[in-house]
Design a protein around this ligand. Sequence first.
Ligand code: TYD
Ligand code: MG
Length: 458
Amino acid sequence: MPKVKTVFTCQQCGYQSVRWLGRCPSCDQWNTLVEELVDPAQASESLASLQEPVSSTPLAEVSVEETPRLRTGLEEFDRVLGGGLVPGSVALVGGEPGIGKSTLLLSVAGALAASGKTVLYISGEESLRQTKLRATRLGLSGAAVHLLSHTQLEVIAEAIRQGRPDVAIVDSVQVIETDALRSAPGSIGQVRACAHELVRLVKASRCALFLVGHVTKEGALAGPKVLEHLVDTVLYFEGEASTGLRLLRSTKNRFGATHELGVFHMTAEGLVEVRNPSEMFLSDRSEPVPGCMVTVNLEGSRPLLAEVQALTSPCSFGLPRRRTMGVDYNRVSMLLAVLERRAGLGQLGQQEVFVSSLGGVRLFEPGADLAIALAIASSLKDRAGARTDLAIGEVGLTGEVRPVMGLSQRLAEARRVGFRRCFVGPTRAPLEADGLEIVTVRHLRQAVEHLLRKDPAP
Ligand code: TYD
Ligand code: MG
């Protein structure tokens, strides 16, 4: 009888080898060979079963029973999931090491257990004692959460099968290993095989599963990226290590909208939900300062005020540097060119330019263009806009300013926080903005001139 064997398959070109190779001889890529299991008996069996007729179901006849979602009680978390946890679903929670994934999921486990659900928290990285210490810190020492500290896939699968929890949490998928493969834990083959097995297991039951996965800034670790297609929901937990702010985003969600945002604050007693996060991303200065502009970022259904800061300084030697943090480098390069060529700021070419977003918020949507461009212009001319100014709009290559989606929602948020004047692109319908002065600008040059016209009141 043919035995199960392992082969190494190139993830780029599909080349197969019986031993591991650092470089694929077929496509010359490095580190692309991944260990996989091949069971010839199973393969021929499944081929044989294909001989039988397969019946498909007309769409109209598919019955959908509304399954109630499990509310975790952490509102920010539930919203990102699209209104709670779907039984039998699998969510991947990615994030850099130390950002607070274990803390978040232990809090979720505690909240679920408090509402009478059975929760199994499997930690492959920490001992039971360490997890208990963390739970004590979070005020959850008496929570009815079941703990398991193990890294063996077969043991974990058995624990889920026997314990039949409503929710299982595997922290983290990179340390889980299976005997079936010889490669080291954390390698792509291991991570994928283990995750696949766990997903198969919970899909057959009603257990919801959270898989924790570490990612590094460079994306160097094998992990979350290769699992995204396997799971129903992908959540990323991020934030600046230096600030206590933590953002939870969904980048994929089979049961709700993506790009929803949950905001938390990491404190000594664990994660605290931030219900009105807009104020947190603004600096508390009382005087207007050149180089700053506020915009409203729309994350999913949630408008969020964010501040852009820019600094230009003359370059005395060599090529001027351009650095960005929290904003898209390529968009900043494009905006610099538009400011130079279309808005009359030709001297930008000899300036070093630094642009960053405040508080670790990521401003990658085009709606932030106008604010970024105005912040740069304001720094270059050393003229500040008012502290209560903001700008929302996409800037095109000709310098035209375009409106962005969800504008009325964004304006409402700006008004709520107390902003008084907003630069926007032209819109078809008139904008309603009680107490907010709307300055419609068709071109970036017009916006720059308007902003720098006079020293506005603070
Ligand atoms: P952790 O959840 O272990 O991160 P991850 O699982 O993503 O690697 O979080 C670790 C950090 O969080 C650590 O630096 C300490 C900090 N922390 C707090 O500030 N307050 C707390 O209550 C807890 C439990 C952790
Ligand atoms: Mg952890």
